[in-house]
Design a binder for this molecule. Structure first.
Ligand SMILES: [Cu+2]
Length: 118
């Protein structure tokens, strides 16, 4: 009986785990879009997540073509959306690294890039 209970919980664990994973804050869309090429250097970046964020524990780092940080000031968080102002920089590849805490207290992180056309 006891062994059977343990076995049952082992089988159930991965299922519970995957249900929890769906509730995390994952990146839903970004503006500029993930992997896109835009004509002019954006003055603001916004990331939309699948869940509301905890502003105090959600961070973003954006580096420009020269490798310097171009995010300016603290990100503004409005529910599921994070906005950050960007310093104008030259054309090239911009890299975005985000780490957020959703209201369900789960942390997620990710990175992507976009390009500004020459
Ligand atoms: Cu979660």
């Amino acid at each position: 009986m006891r062994i059977r209970l343990i076995l049952t919980s082992l089988v159930l664990l991965p299922i519970v785990g995957s249900i929890g994973a769906e509730a995390h804050a994952f990146l839903d869309r970004a503006d500029p879009r993930v992997g896109s090429t835009v004509n002019t250097a954006p003055r603001e970046l916004s990331l939309s997540f699948t869940q509301a964020l905890e502003p105090a524990f959600s961070t973003i780092e954006v580096t420009g073509p020269s490798g310097q940080r171009v995010d300016e000031g603290k990100p503004r968080i409005d529910g599921k959306v994070m906005h950050v102002r960007l310093k104008a920089e030259k054309p090239g590849t911009y890299r975005v690294k985000w780490r957020v805490l959703s209201v369900d207290t789960h942390a997620t992180e990710g990175a992507f890039s976009f390009k500004v056309r020459q």
